[in-house]
Write a protein that binds this ligand. Structure first.
Ligand SMILES: NC(=O)c1ccc[n+]([C@@H]2O[C@H](COP(=O)([O-])OP(=O)(O)OC[C@H]3O[C@@H](n4cnc5c(N)ncnc54)[C@H](O)[C@@H]3O)[C@@H](O)[C@H]2O)c1
Length: 259
């Protein structure tokens, strides 16, 4: 018989161990909660301890386990400490969501070395070394899913974002390389590419009326997103439903890039 018998498509993360970086607020917090709703236990990573504890409490209120690790993941030694803490608590890792990131808006003529290094340090370097360190565990396990937080800005340019767009282009390209290298080890690597989502990162820019209207004009669905709008894509790429998907950047952009 050609093909396999049909069963229910499995979007569940039941008893998966999922690490989410930048879980203290914004997209990371919504993703941690959404993954817990789908059945995962969480490792909540970031810099702001009180906010991370609040995310962990939300996870625990759903009946899942949550470990908080406060770390600056631009430092590889901190990533190693994170991996160690994760394995000590849970003994394995099933999903890594490389969500932590920053933007520093500057005209390309004005970008400083410090700003360039800061954006690359968290958006691209931390994404790579978290993937490498957890990837070593996943390759050994012969099982794992990595979901990188890219952006529509991996695919389009926008003024005052030369470092940010370059970093996210790098994230989507890195996603493909790791997908190819680790496919034979049972590790899927994908990315999500949101448009403008209302979080602390975008608050100031979206308060500028002219900028806000320019953004809306570019989004066919006619609104900016909320953190919750991104959760379904991440849960899908972390779940068995996406087992035959790797190296892909799934846009959640209200149609920006389609236009
Ligand atoms: N908000 C948007 O419009 C949007 C659109 C596309 C992609 N993204 C991406 O989504 C991700 C989350 O963005 P957000 O809007 O929730 O931003 P946010 O500023 O609300 O949250 C960023 C998170 O990253 C963490 N973080 C930053 N530097 C860190 C470091 N050195 N070590 C550990 N944690 C660190 C912060 O503590 C925070 O939890 C980012 O990668 C961002 O580029 C956001």
């Amino acid at each position: 018989m050609v093909g396999q018998p049909m069963g229910m498509v499995d979007f569940s993360l039941s008893d998966s161990i999922a690490v989410v970086t930048g879980a203290s607020r914004g997209l990371g917090k919504a993703i941690a909660q959404g993954m817990a709703e789908a059945g995962a236990h969480l490792v909540c990573v970031g810099r702001a301890l009180d906010e991370l504890e609040a995310t962990a409490e939300a996870v625990r209120s759903l009946g899942r386990r949550a470990l908080v690790v406060q770390a600056d993941i631009t430092r590889v030694s901190e990533i190693d400490r994170l991996v160690e803490a994760t394995l000590k608590e849970f003994g394995r890792v099933d999903v890594l969501v490389n969500n932590a990131g920053i933007n520093i808006s500057q005209n390309a003529l004005e970008v400083t070395e410090e700003a360039w290094d800061a954006v690359m340090g968290i958006n691209l370097k931390a994404t790579f070394f978290c993937s490498q360190r957890f990837g070593r565990v996943m390759v050994e396990q012969k099982k794992g899913k990595i979901v990188n937080m890219s952006s529509q800005m991996a695919l389009v340019g926008l003024y005052n974002r030369s470092a940010y767009c370059s970093s996210k282009g790098g994230v989507s390209q890195l996603t493909k390389v790791l997908a190819v290298e680790w496919a034979s080890h049972g590790v899927n690597v994908n990315a999500v590419g949101p448009t403008f989502i209302e979080t602390d990162m975008t608050l100031k820019a979206l308060q500028d009326k002219a900028f806000y209207e320019d953004v809306l004009r570019r989004i066919p669905l006619g609104k900016v997103g909320q953190p919750r709008d991104v959760v379904g894509a991440v849960v899908y790429l972390a779940s068995p439903a996406s087992d035959f998907v790797t190296g892909h950047t799934l846009l959640v952009d209200g149609g920006w890039v389609a236009w």
